[in-house]
Design a protein around this ligand. Structure first.
Ligand code: COA
Length: 273
């Protein structure tokens, strides 16, 4: 958790997730890593899943130390059903159950639609949207057994439309739809499904590579960029019993950014791209 965001341990009791097992795709870096760490600090054990095992293993070791819990790394490409099935089987072999699922794996880059290759569009949709579908399908039987909970990570750019991001926006809009569909379909099994749509969060890949330089804290109603902890505390809340009657909701954690900022993402050289 970063410096000035609120420590969830000051708000929620320490052991609220004791005995719970989290599986998080994209849990080795950025927002999902911080969410995983926060959930482990509250007593859960975690399995983080991503493509590059070296980086993932290092992240798992660091997180185990910093959060004082057990974090286990499993290599998998969420685009491949066979990888996902194997990762879930490894998680079950290690911990015996899965209570929480975070679908966070994402890939993105700024590019004009007419310059995107067919494969580029397919790649982003496969990682973000199909990856969410694949992992959820593989984890669902275990979530049914534990009456667990899902958080799908999306974005806000699809709410109004943003140039150079149609591939990612299409995928994220699909993820938001899945949050609502699954909430209705899995609710009778005792599974809650919610989403988190982060805005500009400082020190993340998305912020570095995707947000226009014109976006400043002054363009955001709350007058600051977000911090990792701002997102993590929403994750802890949504998995906690404080959110027991909340399902089908995507929580926007952006300081009000999307309400005021859309076309600010035009780059200076748009016409030449
Ligand atoms: N602009 C346009 N097209 C791009 C691109 C860019 N910046 N980056 C990748 N592509 C295209 C590739 O050219 C390729 O299409 P092609 O086969 O027609 O040439 C296609 O997307 C797949 O790219 P590739 O790098 O081969 O796929 P990958 O599966 O190894 O990785 C990403 C896909 C999205 C993860 C990778 O592009 C990447 O590393 N992105 C930046 C990191 C990131 O997304 N972080 C998380 C989100 S902020």
């Amino acid at each position: 958790m970063t410096s000035s965001a609120v420590d969830t341990q000051e708000i929620f009791k320490q052991g609220i997730f004791k005995g719970k097992i989290l599986l998080c795709s994209g849990g080795g870096t950025g927002i999902c890593r911080d969410m995983t760490e926060s959930i482990v600090r509250h007593g859960a054990k975690a399995v983080i899943v991503s493509r590059k095992i070296d980086k993932l293993q290092k992240a798992a070791e660091e997180m185990s130390k910093s959060a004082g819990g057990e974090v286990f790394a499993v290599q998998a490409d969420v685009r491949k059903p066979e990888d996902v099935e194997r990762a879930v089987a490894e998680a079950i072999k290690k911990f015996g159950r899965i209570d929480f699922l975070i679908n966070g794996a994402a890939g993105n880059f700024l590019a004009p639609f007419e310059k995107l290759s067919y494969n580029a569009i397919k790649t982003v949709i496969e990682i973000d949207l199909l990856g969410t579908i694949n992992l959820t399908k593989a984890v669902l039987p275990y979530l049914k057994a534990s009456k667990g909970s899902i958080i799908n990570v999306s974005m806000t750019l699809q709410y109004r439309g943003v140039p150079l991001q149609s591939h990612a926006g299409a995928a994220k809009a699909g993820i938001d739809a899945l949050t609502r569909h699954w909430a209705t379909e899995f609710g009778p099994s005792g599974i809650r499904v919610n989403g988190i749509a982060p805005g500009p969060i400082a020190a993340t890949e998305g912020m570095k590579r995707l947000l226009s330089k014109q976006a400043t804290p002054r363009t955001i109603p709350l007058q600051r960029f977000g911090e990792l902890g701002d997102v993590s505390q929403s994750g802890v809340f949504l998995f906690s019993e404080a959110a027991n009657y909340i399902t089908g909701l995507t929580v926007v954690v952006d300081g009000g950014h999307w309400l005021t900022t859309s076309s600010s993402s035009y780059p200076d050289n748009l016409s030449k791209m």
